[in-house]
Design a protein around this ligand. Structure first.
Ligand code: SAH
Length: 363
């Protein structure tokens, strides 16, 4: 999984055309601007709950095409003082995507697209603004790019990560005769890739149940521990929002998957050409966050998260202001919320310093 992504010549990260209708997969911020807008307001409200620090690091892990952050900053501009305090830090491993992100933030950005703006209609899922929202005209916080989270300067920070954790490499272990063995990839006599059972592991792994059935597969994702350890290491207050697909409860099972041109493919069939990911196990993420000394809220489904923040009101407002785009806006929002779309499989979870109150809509 790691080689498929990060091989310097043939890895998936060398491709710029991964996300969007013409790429391999589509994500929530690419489906509807309302997604990034609500997350932008969420960040501004968490910043307020931190006591409005004069300097905030707004960090996005795996920003894709930069769409979520662009929409988030536009909406966050409605909260007085938020953008003045903010420096944006984009953590991106892919050089071609970093270039796309740079294009997503052209200098004069914040004066346009005011119709149906947040300033005119504050969504009811957020606590009432302390001072009247404003239009945040002409603001654009400084933006810096990083390959890793640990190079972002310390201080109060808010981290957002949509479909980032699923991309972090996993190891799979298989239960064989009461012990764990690593599931590996080998080549057959013809040189084709196939799965096999590898060496017995000495790892202390905590499964969802006391006794896994023979053949049960458990997925381990060390990259999550690294992100959580870094959040815990940083000076409080720190707040993070993780949105991704995967089960709320602890489960066994193989969830390794690959998509190419919007179709599922065998994860071994197109190494470096398909997007290889695996589900995020939110129960395990919450347990690891608490073990690291952080608090975790949720997970709740994406439908509940967006619904409780006021996505319906926000979409109605936007449709009224843009009648020509009403159908498209409605279809997009429906896709984010529907149980057959992203509404149920996707979950939202907040991770924060224990000194911060639970953020909306987890309260
Ligand atoms: N958040 C975006 C993109 C999701 S795709 C959206 O919602 O549209 C996953 C993103 O994470 C891509 O930008 C990918 O290049 C990036 N990424 C994956 N693994 C990474 C890693 N280990 N470090 C930094 N970025 C990574």
């Amino acid at each position: 999984m790691r080689i498929c992504q990060s091989d310097p010549d043939a890895g998936y990260w060398q491709r710029a055309d991964s996300i969007g209708a013409g790429g391999d997969f589509i994500t929530a911020p690419e489906i509807s601007q309302v997604f990034g807008e609500l997350i932008g307001l969420w960040c501004a409200v968490v910043w307020r709950s931190m006591g409005r620090p004069a300097s905030l690091r707004l960090i996005e892990l795996g920003p894709g095409r930069g769409t979520l952050m662009r929409d988030a900053l536009r909406a966050g501009g409605a909260v007085p003082g938020f953008l003045d305090a903010t420096t944006v830090h984009l953590i991106e491993a892919s050089a071609p995507l970093r270039e796309l992100q740079q294009q997503a933030f052209p200098p004069p950005l914040w004066g346009s697209d005011r119709e149906g703006g947040i300033a005119e209609h504050w969504p009811s899922g957020f606590p009432p603004p302390l001072s009247p929202p404003h239009k945040g005209e002409g603001k654009r916080p400084p933006i810096a790019w990083h390959e890793r989270l640990d190079t972002v300067p310390d201080g109060p920070a808010i981290v957002v990560a949509n479909e980032f954790l699923d991309a972090l490499p996993i190891r799979q272990v298989v239960s064989v005769d009461g012990s764990w063995r690593e599931r590996v990839v080998e080549t057959d006599a013809q040189g084709a890739l196939r799965f096999a059972t590898g060496l017995r592991l000495d790892l202390q792994v905590e499964g969802p149940g006391p006794r896994p059935a023979p053949g049960a597969i458990l997925e381990l994702r060390a990259g999550e521990d690294e992100v959580l350890a870094e959040l815990a290491r940083r000076q409080a207050p720190q707040g993070a929002l993780f949105i991704d697909y995967g089960p709320a409860e602890a489960t066994y099972g193989d969830t390794l998957q690959a998509v190419h041109r919007h179709a599922w493919v065998d994860p071994l069939s197109l190494p470096g050409c398909a997007d290889v990911t695996a589900h995020v196990r939110f129960a395990s993420l919450a347990r690891k966050a608490r073990a690291a000394g952080l608090a975790a809220d949720g997970p709740i489904t994406q439908a509940e998260f967006l619904g409780r923040l006021g996505i319906a009101e926000r979409a109605a407002r936007l449709m009224a202001a843009n009648p020509g785009r009403a159908g498209e806006i409605e279809t997009g929002v429906e896709r984010l919320l529907s149980p057959t779309g992203m509404g149920e499989l996707f979950k939202a979870m907040a991770v924060r310093s224990t000194t911060l109150p639970p953020p909306p809509p987890f309260v």
